[in-house]
Design a protein around this ligand. Sequence first.
Ligand code: GN1
Ligand code: MG
Length: 392
Amino acid sequence: MRTSAASPPLQPAMTQGDANGELAAIAAAFDLPGPILDLERLGNGNVNDSYLVVCDGDPLQRFVLQRLNRTVFAQPELVMANMIAVAEHVEARLNEGCALLAERRWEHPRVVLSRVDGRPWVERDGGFWRLISFIESSRSFDLVASAAQAREVGFGLGVFHHLISDLPPAGLADTLEGFHVTPRYLQHYDAVLARAPAAAASEEMHCLAFVEARRDFASVLEAARESGQLRLRPIHGDPKVNNVMMEAGSGRACALVDLDTVKPGLIHYDIGDCLRSCCNPLGEETADLEAVCFDVALCREVLSGYLAAASGFLTAADYDHLYGAMRLISFELGLRFFTDHLAGNVYFRTDRPGHNLQRALVQFRLTESIEAQETQLRDLIAELRADLAVVR
Ligand code: GN1
Ligand code: MG
């Protein structure tokens, strides 16, 4: 694992009196290459707090400082152990050379160690902090902006899966037990529902009925895993569109970030999550429910980009479960948002009353749109699969 070489003075450039002083002091506890010039809030994550740290030097170097949400990640040390195991593996694969990346830049976020005790985190006032390198000359998007970009996002996920496809999942800790195990979310939903006040709003009644009608479907991927059709592999866990960094200028995918949820799982959760995010042109925060739809043309781009990088390790059963994965993950995310609404918004960060209910309604609309287009989507998967068989 590479870390920054130079050791600047412990005193950060910003003072404690600064609004950001405390944050700068935490950042300065990591092995940064120079004094901190600037620090600002970054992104719109629903779980962790993220900040961009700019360090002096030639060139300036940027880092992402994050406080892990300890309610969500009960063992954050294991999150860091997984991140480091994956980073070391990917770095070795990149050093060996990867044919998929022969003509493209690809980076993996680098974990910076504490300069106090060499650990990959710093604890301060009950907070668990870590610092990783920022992927320079790149940006991410909350919504897919073009067909070409959709293809790139899919290709990026495919590259990521390809690079970790030979990393034994048993070497990674299960940092979030039950994460993306849909029947577990259903169990939790039932427990929350039993304690929640009776539904009053018509939107809540709609969500209750929506979940009931899909109860049996919730186990589609887990049943395939239990019967041996699908197997555990290392997964990203949260490969939504804004976690794929696109290179400035070329617009090509050059990194996957937000690696907290890397753990053993089914790659179908990743594929489904990427698709539910990329193929929802209005995004997960839209208020225009009626207009929410799953865009099959974008799905074609994401999937063909993904398969261009990933077809080498996919089995026949993997293809057979792609449609189920698309339908399941939007349903699962809707179920998670609705459960959190019923539980009093204890998991996802919210901006206003009813925020999680609105998010759930969006995901359920997306699920319905996927269901309404099942034939087209299954045909699309069959077509892409047949094209690959010809190419091989
Ligand atoms: C959470 O915090 P963020 O935005 O990276 C959540 C994902 C959801 C996503 C929905 C650990 O991710 O599973 O898909 O919100 N992460 C966790 O926006 O629960
Ligand atoms: Mg995330």
